[in-house]
Design a protein around this ligand. Structure first.
Ligand code: HEM
Length: 464
């Protein structure tokens, strides 16, 4: 999960083009609304790596150079912890994998990693399918009553689906529908507030005067207490569970043989909900947006589905034979990477290819910029899942495609996410036809993740 564009820093980085402060200042209002067009224009003007004074104050190194991003995330990752902007959200969400650092992070990562092994994800497919089915029921019902097509608010439907999938994969049946909705609303409110405080720091005194920080602390503790409730409930329930919460409760530290404390389990469960919710929801929404405009891609997908599935739902074992579904998901996340930017800060002086990176340099690895770079992608703006055919991808340089980040902090949920997205795609195409509805182009809303600014409206019809 990425962090929103940041605002302050204190370093002079030589050898790099600098966007003049006055330009940065003029752009800062636009940056708060939607940074993407303005960042793209700076990169097109000044080159793939530059210095930018966001908010006119602290310089940030912005880059779409895959080599430099690999240097920071992987080759010299020890020198580049996450910045204070990533850590700041810990105030509301606690210290789980996403927000922790150093030896504590490593210990937790080693502990939790096996829980995301392919086979563990395979064990969650039944839950995923059940939730997809549940989320599609209202649409099925509507289509049963009305002949023809039904217009669907796709982002709403996909947000609901992705949230239910991660929540039930974590807490199984302990959680009812009203609680699911309450949790989702709390998470959305907290994240939106946090992004505001980062992007528009000048609003902080006003927000403080209006007690907004305390109010959001209260929402955060409400959310935390909900999660704690599920953890306690589970500890008191007999029975076998195969979900992520049980995995967190069952793991033991190698050196002591001890389990995590309740506080740690709450932290990690909460972070899984946060990291695994909006990311997948947005990717799925953009996927339908693209598919409805590219019927030839849907046709090719259906041909593969007929060969492999012959009308039935896909199982985990089918997925390797449905390679085109993966390519569709991958190409969607190239054009619309849910984690559109990733922040780090240099701990010590460093350099890369003649670029000096003094201690304290704030680095924004601009994943969206890499995924759209014409130097890396032919017809970069065209939706073409064929480019992810395995032989084609071998020709891409490392780090040209990194929707899940890279290096040791690579998304731990990547297998989970790819599986859930393929299943949603396949199940919906099995049941419905999707049609484009005339609407103005949907704009980007890059908050913590890359959301569509407006609702995506598409028509769905029952397949005959
Ligand atoms: C399309 C879906 C997803 C995308 C694009 C995505 C992207 C990312 C990225 C880019 C990072 C690294 C951030 C950084 O280096 O600063 C990350 C980390 C993480 N993701 Fe995901 N993610 C997705 C889904 C999920 C899911 C479903 C889960 C949980 C089930 C999850 C859990 C995490 C966690 C816990 C981390 C922190 C890992 C660590 O630092 O050790 N993500 N994700």
């Amino acid at each position: 999960m990425p962090i929103p564009m940041s605002v302050t820093s204190s370093v002079s980085t030589k050898n790099l083009p600098v966007v003049p402060r006055y330009k940065s200042l003029l752009g800062s209002m636009l940056l708060a609304a939607n940074p993407i067009p303005i960042l793209n224009s700076y990169l097109d003007t000044y080159g793939d790596t530059l210095i930018l004074y966001i908010g006119g104050v602290r310089p940030t190194l912005l880059t779409r150079d895959p080599g430099l991003v690999q240097h920071i995330l992987q080759k010299n990752h020890r020198n580049y912890p996450k910045s204070e902007f990533s850590h700041g959200i810990a105030r509301y969400l606690g210290h789980g994998l996403l927000t922790s650092e150093g030896s504590y992070w490593l210990q937790q990562r080693r502990l939790i990693q096996p829980g995301f092994h392919r086979q563990r994800v395979a064990g969650l497919v039944e839950v995923m399918q059940a939730e997809i089915n549940e989320c599609l029921k209202p649409l099925e019902r509507q289509l049963g009553q009305e002949e023809g097509a039904v217009e669907v608010a796709v982002h709403k439907l996909m947000t609901n689906t992705a949230f239910r999938i991660i929540a039930r994969s974590t807490f199984s049946t302990n959680i009812n529908n009203a609680e699911l909705e309450q949790m989702s609303a709390l998470l959305t409110a907290i994240q939106a507030f946090y992004v505001r405080t980062i992007r528009q720091p000048y609003l902080r005194p006003w927000l403080s005067l209006r007690n907004q920080f305390q109010q959001h602390d209260k929402l955060a503790s409400e959310l935390r207490e909900m999660v704690r409730g599920y953890v306690r409930q589970r500890q008191q329930t007999a029975g076998s569970y195969d979900d992520l919460l049980q995995m967190l409760l069952d793991v033991r530290y190698e050196d002591t043989g001890e389990p995590m404390t309740e506080e740690q389990v709450v932290d990690e469960a909460l972070i899984l909900l946060v990291a695994g919710h909006e990311t997948s929801a947005n990717a799925l929404s953009w996927m339908w947006y693209l598919l409805a405009q590219h019927p030839q891609v849907v046709t090719r997908m259906r041909t593969e589905m007929t060969q492999v599935l012959d009308g039935r739902s896909a199982s985990f074992a089918d997925l390797p034979n449905l390679g085109y579904s993966l390519q569709i998901v991958q190409e969607t996340m190239r054009l619309y990477p849910p984690a559109w930017i990733v922040d780090r800060v240099a701990q010590e002086d460093d350099s890369y290819n003649g670029i000096s990176l003094p201690k304290g340099t704030l680095v924004s690895a601009y994943l969206l910029g890499i995924h759209h770079a014409p130097s890396l992608w032919q017809d970069a703006e065209t939706f073409r899942p064929e480019r992810f055919a395995p032989e084609q991808m071998k020709q891409q340089p490392p780090y040209a495609y990194i929707p899940f980040g890279g290096g040791p902090r690579l998304c731990i949920g990547n297998q989970f996410a790819l599986t859930e997205m393929q299943l949603v795609l396949l199940e919906m195409l099995r049941r419905f036809e999707v049609d484009w509805v005339e609407q103005p182009p949907i704009q980007l809303q890059p908050l913590i993740t890359l959301r569509p600014r407006q609702e995506i409206r598409l028509q769905f019809r029952k397949r005959s």
